[in-house]
Design a protein around this ligand. Structure first.
Ligand SMILES: *Cc1c(COP(=O)(O)O)cnc(C)c1O
Length: 388
């Protein structure tokens, strides 16, 4: 093996998650798979064809560079949508390749218009409305001007969407802000109707919104974190459980499956006397004769230093503590009591082994990172492999 760890992606877990999400939102709603951040660390190149395999035909990315990666990985003619950064200079490329993009300022709309005229091909655009996130989006006055530009030459544009993004649907504390965003959004869409401007898709929902606010599903949902098998937050998860208590009785059954399993293997094993310090510094001291094993992954590989003396990994289906500091390329684990442990034995860093599992969430609680952040820190160099 050339690499010190590898990330397995489960096709059946993905299929299951997508079926679950489909069941939750009902039929007739377009599903866009959000694959920004290297598909939340899963790897665009590996993940996109897996999703296509399950029937997904729409992908959302953040930037032009991710759109290029998506374009190169797709195995059928799936739609690609850029939700964020694209320089005016790359807009021609997008129009040429049928890639749609958000328009949240007039400068970009004008660039799209110029590209359309030059290529004699309409630009596929999504008007992004400012509804209260105050990040990017067209305010009402800009929307008015945008509509004037579009109506001047409707043949130069395909208005694929009118969209916005919610300010934290994963937490009930944002409830009022989100309700206000929805009001502003619908008011703008109504106004567009009076101007005979109707988008093919109205879309505003991310995973948390699609799961907990049915009224946000509209014509299309943009699902990131949930398709990978992670709840956007504990609240979203509890909300689901509370609504399904009747069918679950007393046991909470997670309907989603983690798509990812991050694995490495034991690099070496040694026995350490009581009272010795492990690794750099003196943050961990043995209290008895302990069996210490090393695993060749460290903060360089996305295993964050804040898991020093806190993290766990799985070996032989048992939880082993990370002892001492996480090094750049290696961690030490306490494998005391694992009798037949050998160099080369599988170590699971995230995912399942026999009956135990290490979720990214437990990782995140420990390090106070969100699921999102732990996932996207996984370097793109680690090989991704598809398993059933
Ligand atoms: C990231 C993102 C999403 C998906 O969010 P999840 O919480 O991962 O489902 C949807 N829309 C936009 C604009 C985003 O940036």
């Amino acid at each position: 093996m050339f690499f010190t760890s590898c990330i397995e992606l489960s096709q059946s877990a993905l299929r299951r998650n997508l079926a679950f999400l489909q069941k939750q939102v009902g039929s007739g709603i377009r599903f866009s798979s959000v694959i920004k951040g290297n598909a939340y660390g899963h790897g665009i190149g590996t993940f996109l064809p897996m999703a296509e395999n399950c029937g997904v035909r729409h992908f959302s990315v953040f930037s032009a560079e991710e759109a290029l990666a998506a374009l190169q990985s797709r195995t059928c003619n799936s739609d690609i949508m850029i939700m964020g950064a694209i320089d005016n200079g790359a807009i021609e490329w997008a129009v040429e390749n049928d890639i749609s993009f958000y328009v949240f300022e007039l400068d970009r709309l004008n660039a799209a218009y110029r590209a359309a005229l030059k290529l004699k091909k309409p630009a596929r655009i999504h008007l992004e409305l400012e509804t209260g996130l105050n990040r990017f989006g067209l305010g009402m006055d800009e929307l008015l001007k945008a509509v004037t530009i579009i109506k001047k030459d409707p043949g130069s544009f395909i208005l694929e969407g009118v969209c916005s993004h919610l300010a934290g649907a994963e937490s009930i504390s944002n409830y009022l802000r989100i309700q206000r965003q929805l009001q502003i959004y619908h008011k703008a869409v109504e106004w567009l109707k009076t101007q005979q401007v109707t988008p093919a898709y109205r879309h505003i929902a991310c995973s948390a919104a699609a799961l907990t606010y049915p009224e946000t599903r509209l014509d299309m949902i943009r699902i990131g974190i949930a398709q990978y098998g992670f709840w956007p937050s504990r609240e979203t998860r509890m909300d689901y459980y509370m609504n399904n208590l009747a069918t679950m009785k007393t046991k909470m059954i997670d309907p989603m499956r983690r798509v990812m399993c991050w694995k490495s293997s034991i690099m070496s094993i040694k026995t350490v006397d009581p009272g010795e310090f492990i690794g750099y510094g003196n943050s961990y001291q043995t209290t008895r004769t302990q069996q210490i094993a090393t695993v060749p992954i460290g903060y360089f590989h996305g295993f964050t230093r804040s898991l020093s003396n806190l993290g766990h990994v799985l070996v032989h289906g048992r939880r082993c503590e990370v002892v001492g500091n996480v090094n750049m390329n290696v961690i030490m684990i306490d494998a005391t009591g694992l009798k037949d442990i050998q160099k080369g034995d599988e170590v699971v860093l995230i995912g399942k082994q026999r009956k135990r599992s290490i979720s990214v969430a437990s990782f995140s609680d420990l390090t106070r990172f969100l699921n999102y952040e732990v996932l996207v820190r996984l370097p793109s160099e680690i090989p991704r492999v598809v398993v059933d």
